[in-house]
Ligand binder design. Sequence first.
Ligand code: NDP
Length: 340
Amino acid sequence: MTDARTLIVSHADVERLLPMPACIDLMAEALATTARGGAVLPLRQLVLLPGGRNIFAVMPAALEGADGHHGIGAKVITVFPDNAATDYDSHIGVVLYFDDIHGRLLAIIDASSVTAIRTAAVSGVATRLLARPDASDLAILGAGVQAMTHLEAMLAVRPITRVRLWSRGAARGIAFAEQASRRFGVQVDVCESAESAVRGAQIVCTVTAAREPVLRGAWLAPGVHVNAVGAAIPTARELDTQAVVQSRLFVDRTESTLREAGDFLIPRTEGAIDDAHILGELGSLVAGTLRGRERDDDRTLFKSLGLAVEDVAAARFIHERALADGSGTWIMIGGLRPER
Ligand code: NDP
């Protein structure tokens, strides 16, 4: 049947339709599909806006599904870090989702919520594969949107009993702890320094918009697993050189890391590491073609940049679930020839 309608899915609907545990499994599948060649994934376009702080990004991909069809999509998003001090999200935009039969625009989905959930879910995949199975002591650096979804993802994959958080602004840290207690029933200890949050932790998530290191390798205990999420351009990093050098490094995508990841590129420019320091991609770990942690006292590091296949996989899942439960709003944009 001909149908030229497009479904609009809001932030609130995405949060309901994309629960964290399901998203973790979904991201594992999407990354494994990508690793075995089931995706078309060009590098994203990052437009650094005048002023040098804000970004406009376009992230396209096509990802093969279980039925053999490709979901086609693009996330179109602005990243305005200073929004953290306002009522606006620092990531605002949409994921456009198309089919591969007629190229129809099936859905327009809020990207703030998709980004918040899918990024943490990918760190959940990395933690499930790389952290020690008994890792229970979690440190989070940063207290924004990603900090909250990362807490949720870490709780989903490891038996977390202790959570420490450091935030540049103490008030934001305290507000975070209150919200986390309400949402997940966990106690979050707000620390005065990043070092006091990280010392002795078995899992560390860096989710700040910092451009200079907030995490020092000297603080990291043997056996730790780190998810480095916040920095996404070549000139910004959250980790110092030692934190990268001493770790077994895994990435979401090697090609993107070599172009975009200051956490990797700055130590490489210093001559501390070379390209061979990247041991491989998360998708290969999921597929079982790459070894992750080899010893209990290995320090493992997952450098996340975020991939469009993650957004396309999330969009397909959200679209299917929205159709099934009747959520979203239909609009007619176009796509039918006028004489019809
Ligand atoms: P938010 O704006 O919600 O939170 C940002 C956090 O970073 C706040 O806690 C803020 O503290 C802190 N921060 C900002 N600047 C500094 C600094 N110089 N030193 C220490 N802390 C700082 O952003 P999100 O949580 O949505 O995103 C966090 C980071 O993750 C961003 O850099 C974002 O671009 C990145 N990201 C990465 C993705 C990926 O796929 N890898 C996907 C999505 C986001 P304060 O409250 O004091 O301002």
